[in-house]
Design a binder for this molecule. Sequence first.
Ligand SMILES: [Zn+2]
Length: 313
Amino acid sequence: MKTALLFALLSLTLYADAHLFVYHRFGDSKHASTNVSLETLKKQFDYFKNNHYEVIPLSKLNQALKDEMDIPDNWVVFCIDDSYKSFYTNGLSLFKEYKYPFTLFVYIEATNKGYGDFMTWEQIKDTQNYGEIGLHSYAHKHMVSMSKEAIKKDTDKAFTSFISHLGYSPKYYAYPFGEFDERVQKEISSYGFDLVLNQNVGAVSSKSPRGDLDRIALTGDVNLKYKLRIKYLDAQWHSPKNYPDNAKLNEIHVTMPPSIKKAELYVSGGGWEYIKLKDGVFKSTKTYPLKFKRTRVIIKYGNAYTSKIIVKK
Ligand SMILES: [Zn+2]
């Protein structure tokens, strides 16, 4: 009994990671690839509730990361990207019913111009009674293709509009489409957001960088139990940092904890392959021709994941 308890405590400290989940549309089957049905959402909420997950506001995770606190394994954070109207009309009532907080990442231009599919400022203000609000850019464009000046202009406009409607500065930023490279990351980080969030597979531990937090998308009928098993893999990516000009990925260079001797690698368009590490360092010895505009490079060690997205300009 004592051993079992000790083991349970040990595994909690070894693998103490929170999960950030992203939703987009709610009960809106016209857009299946970004939608969660209300039946599935309720099932997921029941699962969290019955399995003692604690759904916390993003600000609580932010504070824990600032304080370099251990992150409890049962923490779950909900993000809602794009501020679609279906969140307000269909999804919000379930969040209210379960008293689950969330952060809504607003696509500012859609609201400013009154695009029909998106929430109004009045609705966004109302959601502040139940959740937090973050920034999801002004024009929701593919930022990797934008000039430095255009990125600055977009973010300045988003910032100003956010403040003029809500009366405070946004603290959290989520990249449109989850797409970024070294340059975009640098520009966005210059605004001093508390947290910048991507959409790469992974979990959040006390070692996670606040300027690059992993989030897992929950759309359609995902295997939630599997997603909740995902852990943070402490890794430094030396390359790739950007999409290679010739669409050939010649170098993957990642440092992980020295105890890791073997892991698995995935590059979009290929399958999983075993890789060997020396003193925690992995350097690829082959060339991966890139087939898609967006390529994910993922390394997994057991259930622990680290990943990169590289996007063609
Ligand atoms: Zn978006």
